[in-house]
Design a protein around this ligand. Structure first.
Ligand code: FAD
Length: 305
């Protein structure tokens, strides 16, 4: 019996069968519509399922890759070996006093809307960030002057041994698109956001303004992973790329967006190789013209084909 089959047998009492898929195309789970197959694609909906997967994966020495909504990743064309643990079914949101608790697979847009419904202010900036709570913490996502670190109070995480830890905001070392999660193998389980009471009309007004700004500036009509590069100190990546006259430049089906130069759009059945080759061309051109090293914000993972 293969190692994967033994692993599946070992979790079968804890994990619902429909939450386990074999050879799943990851392109179905990424915003770019890119990526090869995941050997095992598991979508747990409870603490117990996550714990069982992590413990047994450790026992069988199978690597585990975490995926949220797949809005900030490029998965290479060869896919992901071992287990891809996708948390989008683990998505409860609740409120107590001024604290909203959200499981890591909840969409941060849903959390922002939940805050609006409960007339709590602080998460308006997140109303158009198309990721999960886990991905938003991992990236310290932000927009329109706000970021996760402004409102996060605590995070609950699971170690690869299945142990649950509670970490304070300070423990997470949140910076510009940076967090401790980039250096530790934690699975983010839950986040607590400390918000303030606000007025529905004012909160909604800000959210509408951010949504309109996003629609007018971003190429939301095409698959993409948002801004590909981090903002280099003192510059805007999009402006540098625009000044290099790269808008509209294509590699295969991947194109530097004509609407927002910081985005690469999947215009015509791009491969991950197209995307990564284009990223390297952009980096090289910006370096040559401005002597600035662009760093990717997007996380590149998986195997080459
Ligand atoms: P994924 O892409 O699934 O994963 C990103 C990283 O987080 C991976 O390394 C993954 O392993 C890790 N991860 C995810 N969940 C967990 C978990 N539970 N535990 C441990 N690690 C985890 N970002 C902004 O900051 N601001 C914006 O305004 C913005 N606009 C965007 C607009 C568009 C159209 C798109 C496509 C993207 C945009 N993004 C933006 C990028 C993206 O939405 C954010 O980075 C988001 O926070 C990523 O969340 P995700 O769940 O999609 O993460």
């Amino acid at each position: 019996m293969s190692e994967y089959q033994q692993f599946i047998n070992s979790i079968s009492a804890d994990v619902i069968e429909e939450n386990i898929r074999v050879s799943e195309p990851i392109s179905n789970h990424t915003f770019t519509k890119l990526g090869g197959e995941a050997d095992l694609f598991i979508t747990p909906s409870s603490f117990a399922e996550i714990q069982s997967v992590l413990k047994q994966a450790k026992k069988f020495n199978i690597p585990v890759t975490i995926l949220g909504s797949g809005s900030n990743v490029i998965v290479r064309d060869g896919g992901i070996r071992g287990i891809t643990l996708c948390l989008t079914k683990f998505n409860q949101i609740s409120i107590k006093n001024d604290v909203i608790t959200a499981q890591s697979g909840a969409s941060i847009i849903d959390v922002s809307n939940f805050a609006l419904e409960h007339e709590r202010t602080g998460l308006e900036f997140a109303c158009g960030i198309p990721g999960s709570v886990g991905g938003a913490l991992y990236m310290n996502a932000g927009a329109y002057g706000g970021q996760i670190s402004d409102v996060l109070e605590k995070a609950r995480v699971m170690t690869r041994d299945g142990e649950i830890l509670t970490l304070s905001k300070e423990d997470l070392h949140l910076g510009y698109r940076k967090s401790i999660f980039m250096n530790r193998d934690y699975v983010i389980l839950e986040a607590e956001f400390q918000l303030n009471r606000g007025e529905y009309k004012m909160i909604k007004q800000d959210m509408d303004e951010f949504t309109n700004a996003r629609k007018s500036k971003q190429p939301l009509e095409y698959p993409s992973c948002g801004s590909v590069f981090k903002r280099p100190p003192g510059y805007y990546a999009g402006k540098l790329i625009q000044d290099c006259k790269l808008q509209g430049f294509r590699v295969g089906g991947a194109e530097v967006s004509k609407k927002h130069a910081g985005f690469i759009v999947n215009i015509d059945q791009a491969t991950s190789k197209d995307y990564i080759d284009l990223i390297n061309i952009i980096k090289g051109t910006v370096k040559k013209n401005f002597d600035i090293n662009l760093e990717t914000e997007v996380i590149i993972m998986g195997e080459e084909s």
